[in-house]
Design a protein around this ligand. Structure first.
Ligand SMILES: [Zn+2]
Length: 373
């Protein structure tokens, strides 16, 4: 859900995107400011002034969120961790940071810089409010609210439940003290779940008191936190189980190869339906030319299956993502997730020796889980 979004630009080599859910929140914040907050604080303002203030304030608010995320990403990049994109969505922002930090000190700095940025921005807005409070009412009204919301953001993110920034800070400290990333993550994510439940119960309590809107909102955030805490621990546990194992342990061997002159019709009828195999290395004279998968075939309209050949449908070897037989399974999981693909060919000396798919990884993990290994 968080991957999709409209690109809005680039900063420090990181692409910036808006998720569709962001527009809903943007509209809600602008609306709440224009019809509720500004009219009650500044009853003399006209409707046009309130709407203008609402729009400017929510734009600057999301600019502040972006600055917060950008600082996380810059510190990550400086420590050699690649960052692909930042997406603004319903609760704020997510940085698509492709690797976990390798050392607790890096994670500590990476996590802490976000809330610190929000605090500094909040301080700047409050300073603007303080200096101009007797002269420019429009400006200072905006600055006051932005100061408050940024300080709130810093405080909220410092809640010590993983995967919030505060939870990451906590995890880095536990990790530094014990040297054990997995147990540090477990503790921090359990606290994260606890915080999530507290929010949910708080939300339900508010609903009982008759405060529906805030109650639902609080419970929703709690539910989100609880889910994120569980999800991030599972992901790490999965990575942990795969680490130290090689592709050759799980790959499917003996893939049937096909020749490039075959039509799609022939490929489907004679090979795919007959074998149940979902992807086929394409070879000529013992050389691998590419790979053709169900996904490639679906891209070709049905009425052209008799004319188009495997050569036209396949992904050429040069454009293929592939792995080596002795590569670590945890890194394969990373490749599959990052590129959102189902399988990669296993290549040795330009020869496809097997395939490794998500299913291979999952059954590897579930069998070991059942055996308690
Ligand atoms: Zn943050």
């Amino acid at each position: 859900m968080l991957r999709g979004g409209i690109p809005i630009g680039k900063a420090f080599g990181i692409s910036l995107r808006l998720n569709y859910s962001w527009f809903i929140v943007f509209a809600l914040v602008t609306w709440a400011l224009s019809v509720s907050y500004f009219p009650s604080e500044y009853p003399g303002w006209s409707l046009a002034t309130r709407i203008a203030a609402g729009l400017i304030t929510s734009l600057l608010f999301f600019g502040s969120v972006l600055a917060h995320e950008l600082m996380h990403s810059i510190i990550a990049q400086r420590n050699g961790i690649p960052v692909r994109s930042i997406t603004l969505f319903i609760f704020g922002g997510v940085s698509e940071i492709t690797e976990e930090p390798k050392r607790p000190g890096v994670e500590f700095r990476m996590a802490l810089v976000g809330p610190l940025t929000s605090l500094v921005i909040g301080g700047i807005f409050w300073a603007i409010w303080f200096w101009l409070r007797d002269t420019a009412e429009f400006l200072t009204a905006i600055a006051f609210w932005l100061g408050w919301i940024n300080v709130f953001l810093a405080g909220f993110n410092l809640i010590p439940g993983f995967p919030l920034d505060g939870g990451r800070v906590l995890r880095s400290i536990l990790w530094w003290r014990s040297g054990n990333l997995r147990s540090a993550t477990r503790t921090a994510s359990n606290i994260g779940r606890g915080v999530g439940y507290l929010f949910i119960f708080g939300g339900i309590w508010l609903i009982f008191l008759g405060n529906w809107f805030n109650g639902l909102w609080l419970a929703f955030i709690g539910w989100f936190l609880e889910n994120a805490a569980v999800g991030s621990y599972r992901q790490l546990a999965l990575k942990d189980m795969l680490e130290g194992h090689k592709v050759s342990e799980v790959m499917t061997r003996g893939c049937l190869t096909v020749s490039q002159g075959l039509t799609i019709e022939q490929l489907v009828n004679e090979h795919i339906l007959a074998s149940g195999q979902r992807c086929f290395p394409v070879a000529a004279d013992g050389h691998v030319l590419g790979l053709v998968t169900i996904h490639n075939i679906k891209a070709i309209p049905r009425d052209q299956w008799q004319i188009k050949t495997v050569k036209e449908a396949m992904t050429p070897f040069e454009n293929l993502k592939w792995v080596k037989p002795d590569q670590d399974l945890a890194s394969v999981l990373g490749i599959l997730t990052e590129d959102d693909i189902n399988q990669v060919p296993v290549v040795e000396d330009r020869d496809i020796v097997g395939m490794v798919a998500r299913d291979n990884l999952l059954s590897f993990v579930s069998v070991r889980g059942e055996l308690g290994m």
